[in-house]
Ligand binder design. Structure first.
Ligand code: FES
Length: 113
């Protein structure tokens, strides 16, 4: 039967490089099927317990973080998302999708969508 309960539905991701170099900005990692997610710095250090799917919900361009505007801004057609991934400006029809982030140890998190 499907889905099989033994199927792995998470990916363990090393965050060492991001923690050392991010300077408080989101870090791009790849999920279980290669899908890109933004890891988010916690407000008082650490990592937030959710990650945002990096692909714009309009046509799928990667929407990078804009530090000056404090938003994710899609370079393709100008959609904007707040730091939680909520869509602020279209043409994107939806907010960014979420994945759950669980800290495994100092250098690794577990990402599950
Ligand atoms: Fe992002 Fe069109 S793909 S606004």
């Amino acid at each position: 039967c499907w889905p099989r309960t033994s199927d792995k539905n998470f990916k363990t991701v090393s965050v060492n490089a991001w923690v050392e170099e991010s300077e408080g900005e989101p870090g791009l990692v790849l999920g279980l099927r290669g899908e890109p997610y933004w890891l988010l710095p916690g407000k008082s250090g650490g990592i937030r317990n959710f990650a945002l799917r990096a692909e714009c919900t309009h046509l799928g361009c990667i929407a990078p973080w804009n530090e000056v505007q404090q938003k994710f801004v899609c370079p393709c057609h100008g959609s904007q998302y707040d730091p939680d991934g909520t869509v602020l400006r279209g043409p994107a029809p939806h907010s960014l999708a979420l994945a759950h982030v669980e800290v495994v140890d100092k250098g690794n998190v577990r990402l599950s969508a």
